[in-house]
Design a protein around this ligand. Structure first.
Ligand code: FES
Length: 105
């Protein structure tokens, strides 16, 4: 799917991602350096934090316990905060939009 990533400074990226890829993988493979994803997708660092566009929130499985605990350490958690390594892209997700926070930790 084609997804939209908007950095905190307003720079917008449109990325071609693969079904089965996590949103974090799509963002980091595209070289967007404001997401460091330090743990490589193990739900153990919270440096893949992103704000998911409200319209897409129920398209992914809900926040699980480990993700919830990690989100508690991010600087500015919001109701639409997710760890993007836990968001796996599926068919029909063209247009998925997320915003990156000012800082990951
Ligand atoms: Fe570390 Fe997502 S990449 S929690």
């Amino acid at each position: 799917p084609t997804i939209n990533v908007i950095e905190h400074n307003g720079i917008a990226h449109q990325l071609s991602a693969d079904v089965g890829q996590s949103v974090m993988q799509a963002v980091t493979f595209a070289g967007i350096s404001s997401m460091s994803a330090d743990c490589g997708g193990a739900c153990a660092c919270a440096t893949c934090h992103a704000y998911l566009d409200e319209a897409w929130m129920d398209r992914f499985p809900p926040v699980q316990e480990t993700e919830d605990a990690m989100l508690d350490i991010v600087p500015e958690r919001r109701p639409n905060s997710r760890l993007s390594c836990q968001l796996v892209l599926t068919e029909g997700m063209d247009g998925l939009t997320l915003h990156l926070p000012a800082a990951q930790f």
